[in-house]
Design a protein around this ligand. Structure first.
Ligand code: CIR
Length: 259
């Protein structure tokens, strides 16, 4: 049995109509996007994930970016209410899968939360206050997570889509960080790996147990991560990056069993 579950969803036919906030629209090669997504799934399997596929949603351009639809803790799955109206129909099919693994809770209007704004490190949940995640959503997270003793910290971002565009965790003591996209920086007490200056989007790394998965387009930052002793896999996700995605956004990864 695999140690981790990874919920994923195939690339939609409509990916070219994706939401874009901080990157310019470019042509997306949909076949290449699908091949890259398959390579991403193969990497997750190699690391020890069981892939649980959500149904394809060909009308929902951004549906491959399942991370934004849920936060899974050891005890709960919180189904979000994405900030982009175009993305809200993605949640129901994710909830249908997650109910087999965790009790469900839901973010309700007027709250909005994108999973890309949620960085859980141990018992600390850092939440990006962004164009996608609002104070009402953050307040609901606080209420839902208090029984698990998870503390919620609001972090203002600037110039990027989500908190996890600016910072992710490499382990419980170490963050990978792009400081210029953080207005607040509550990460001073962590060991910090700063992205290479020529790779400004490189702070979005997927952590699965002791493995790190980074887009292949950031070799200098990859070297910095490996230099700190982390086990790293890289995946070419160029077509998904054109849709403002990277490696965390294409999966919801959680421990297969609660202990
Ligand atoms: C969006 O703007 O919603 C999508 N085009 C990209 C979402 C990427 N999500 C993520 O990094 N968590």
């Amino acid at each position: 049995m695999s140690s981790f579950i990874a919920i994923t969803r195939p690339v939609s036919q409509a990916l070219a109509n994706c939401e874009l906030s901080f990157v310019d629209r470019q042509d997306i090669d949909i076949q290449l996007a699908r091949q890259q997504h398959q390579n991403y799934l193969d990497t997750l399997k190699k690391i020890g994930c069981e892939i649980v596929p959500a149904p394809v949603l060909d009308e929902q351009a951004d549906a491959v970016f399942v991370e934004d639809t849920a936060l899974v803790t050891d005890q709960l799955a919180i189904i979000t209410r994405p900030g982009a109206v175009s993305r809200r129909q993605e949640c129901a099919s994710i909830a249908a899968l997650l109910q087999d693994y965790r009790p469900l809770a839901h973010i309700a209007a007027p709250g909005t939360v994108d999973g890309g704004d949620l960085l859980l490190i141990g018992q600390q949940l850092y939440v990006g206050l962004s164009a996608r995640t609002n104070p009402a959503g953050i307040a609901q997270l606080q209420t839902l997570l208090a029984p698990q003793a998870i503390s919620v910290h609001t972090v203002r971002t600037q110039g990027c889509l989500h908190l996890k565009s600016a910072v992710t965790a490499l382990d419980d003591e170490t963050v990978l960080i792009q400081p210029k996209w953080l207005v607040d920086d509550p990460f001073q007490a962590y060991r910090r790996v700063v992205v290479d200056a020529t790779e400004e989007h490189a702070a979005n790394a997927l952590r699965i147990g002791t493995h790190i998965v980074l887009p292949a387009s950031f070799p200098k930052t990859a070297e910095r991560i490996q230099h700190q002793g982390f086990t790293l896999d890289t995946v070419d996700v160029s077509e998904l990056q054109k849709a403002e995605g990277a490696t965390t956004c294409c999966s919801i990864v959680f421990k297969a069993q609660t202990s």
